[in-house]
Ligand binder design. Structure first.
Ligand SMILES: Nc1ncnc2c1ncn2[C@@H]1O[C@H](COP(=O)(O)OP(=O)(O)OP(=O)(O)O)[C@@H](O)[C@H]1O
Ligand SMILES: [Mg+2]
Length: 585
């Protein structure tokens, strides 16, 4: 069905608004109370104009008591108004902070539950901004917008009521001019909405750029990248300034234009009244109140138009936040095996995978069997598909076709938790959390004794090093584990895998080269880890290849050769040529 773009946007906006209101629903009682307070506060505004009427009608000769009570009434009204506004603002802040809390929780939960591919393809700047700028935009601005819309609408309606009460004829003039204001406002709102999107995108770019400059600071310094980085930063910074100024222009132009319409109305009314005062049967007091009420109208109208501008920003941010909350999660719907302690037999049956519709297959019809306790190394050119292949065992990557079995059971039938509990994984990028050494080793594991941790550290030859640190096991490793060398990081991760003590080990050897001593320590640790466990290891080092039972040679997503090191060498095929080039023999 053809849906007009304008209508589509309208329905989309409506859906977003309903969703935001949906999250407010839980707090309806507080909301009602806050609105009631706001109505009380707002109602005091026209009252200010009305109490002056008897005074004006009697040409300031009302009785003494009435005159005396006017300042008191003014003070009382001001006190009521302040208390009502204070309480309603506070309650709205309470609601919006609770909503912000829930949105952040939902986003984070979704983030952790997202499939591997989501992380690989996401723009990190945009993702981080969803948690900071966007989430705050929704709740802070939304509370602001709601309070303004309710409070100022009530004030405007009450003031219009006063105007009608005094003279419907003069009020008609006001009402005729209102549609003009509506057209102007709509035009500016559309502009603000478009610019808000540009600002949001540029902010993501800024976050991404700054974080990559922090990570790549050594490269920038060594390769004299100051100018390149500065140029990139200048572009983003200038664009951000440009868009923000455009937004400010639209924002600032809106209020004066609306204000001008109001003043125009005011002038016309004064002109009409002055030309035909007798026909209108208005007292001086009526006219005074009318003008006093009318003079107060620009303020709520200005605030209302601003609120509509802000609402556009809220909608842009809501779109960004809800796109994360609605993103697909790792699919665990077919899983029926909740707990499983694996022996470690692994089968890949005709497994195929490609990253997207148009790409070539990365894993092209691979089948193999690994028996429990066997250690298999994958070797092959960079980009041949080794990492992709091993990531399938932990269900980080789901094959397009074919099956993967663990002890004869389809791994899709096991819950992600049950499956992953059987696998220890040491990845290519040696990720450690900015936490203590012991927390990193015991990450996600329970009931691990200090003795167990120390034994694992001893096995990877790190215990003496850890003990020499000022806080021993409780020393923090720093962001990106700066405190540790690459070899130490690998060994710490191997220690974690030892502590986890799972039947299956998946290892993607880090490609960075180690000095001979470190290399020996890492190899010793590896030997201890793979002993008696089913191991699938992407090997980049000769010393690793020699430790395994079988080698699979991966090329263009296929296993083109398999066998022991000696078998493969004597075949004089791809492995032997690799071996000669890569391992220099
Ligand atoms: N997220 C992704 N989107 C699209 N293509 C990808 C993605 N990740 C990897 N690839 C492609 O898949 C292919 C296999 O990548 P993979 O990481 O499995 O190679 P590898 O054999 O582990 O290489 P290396 O030895 O360098 O680690 C490469 O051509 C790579 O460009
Ligand atoms: Mg790899």
């Amino acid at each position: 069905m053809f849906v007009h773009k304008k209508n589509k946007n309208y329905f989309h906006d409506k859906k977003l608004l309903l969703r935001i209101f949906g999250s407010v629903k839980t707090y309806w009682l507080i909301m009602c109370f806050a609105i009631a307070l706001m109505i009380c506060g707002a109602a005091t505004q026209p009252a200010l104009a009305l109490i002056m009427k008897p005074l004006l009608d009697n040409n300031f000769s009302s009785n003494y008591n009435y005159k005396l009570s006017i300042p008191l009434i003014l003070v009382m009204l001001a006190i009521i108004r302040s208390i009502c506004n204070f309480l309603s603002d506070y309650l709205f802040a309470l609601i919006s902070n609770n909503i912000l809390f829930n949105i952040r929780t939902d986003m984070y939960r979704k983030l952790l539950g997202s499939p591997d591919l989501y992380y690989l393809n996401i723009d990190t700047g945009k993702l981080l901004n969803k948690f900071t700028i966007d989430a705050n935009n929704i709740t802070n601005s939304f509370a602001d917008v709601i309070t303004t819309l309710i409070r100022e609408s009530i004030i405007a309606i009450a003031l219009l009521g006063v105007l009608f009460y005094i003279s419907w004829l003069l009020t008609l003039i006001v009402i005729i001019i209102l549609p003009f204001m509506f057209v102007i406002t709509r035009f500016f709102i559309k502009k603000i909405r478009a610019i808000s999107k540009d600002i949001l995108n540029m902010n993501s770019e800024l976050t991404r750029l700054v974080s990559s400059s922090i990570k790549g600071q050594r490269v920038i310094k060594l390769f004299n990248g100051y100018d390149i980085e500065k140029e990139r930063f200048d572009f983003v910074n200038k664009s951000l300034k440009h868009f923000s100024m455009k937004a400010a222009l639209a924002d600032s132009a809106l209020s004066p234009l609306v204000h001008f319409c109001i003043v125009l109305t005011l002038s016309i009314i004064i002109a009409v009244f002055l030309s035909k005062p007798s026909n209108m049967m208005l007292t001086i007091g009526d006219f005074g109140v009318f003008i006093a009420a009318l003079a107060q109208i620009p303020d709520p109208i200005r605030k209302l138009t601003n609120a509509f501008g802000k609402l556009q920003k809220v909608l842009v941010s809501a779109d960004s936040v809800f796109s994360l909350i609605d993103a697909e999660e790792e699919d665990d719907s077919d899983s029926i095996i909740m707990n499983y302690s694996a022996k470690g037999n692994i089968d890949f049956l005709n497994v195929k995978f490609k990253f997207s519709e148009n790409d070539n297959p990365i894993i092209d019809n691979i089948s193999f069997h690994i028996k429990a306790g066997e250690a298999v190394a994958l070797v092959g050119r960079s980009g041949s598909g080794k990492t992709t292949l091993i990531n399938m065992l932990s269900r980080f990557i789901i094959p397009d076709s074919g099956k993967i079995l663990l002890d004869g059971f389809d791994i899709n039938k096991m819950t992600l938790k049950a499956l992953r509990a059987n696998i220890s994984f040491v990845g290519q990028d040696l990720i450690l959390f900015n936490d203590t050494i012991i927390s990193n080793i015991c990450y996600g594991l329970y009931n691990i004794s200090i003795k167990g941790v120390e034994e694992a550290l001893k096995a990877v030859n790190l215990l003496d090093f850890v003990n020499s640190l000022p806080n021993g096991l409780y020393t923090k490793v720093g962001e990106d584990a700066v405190l540790l060398s690459s070899g130490q990081r690998q060994r710490l991760l191997i220690a974690r895998a030892l502590v986890k003590n799972s039947p299956i080990i998946v290892l993607d050897e880090a490609t960075s080269s180690l000095d001979n001593e470190s290399e020996r320590y890492v190899q010793d640790s590896l030997e201890k880890l793979i002993y008696g466990r089913t191991t699938l290891i992407v090997a980049h080092r000769l010393s690793t290849v020699r430790k395994v039972n079988r080698i699979f040679v991966v090329d263009s997503g296929k296993i083109v050769e398999s066998g022991s090191h000696n078998d493969l060498l004597s075949k004089k095929g791809l492995y032997s040529s690799f071996y000669n080039i890569q391992f220099g023999e």
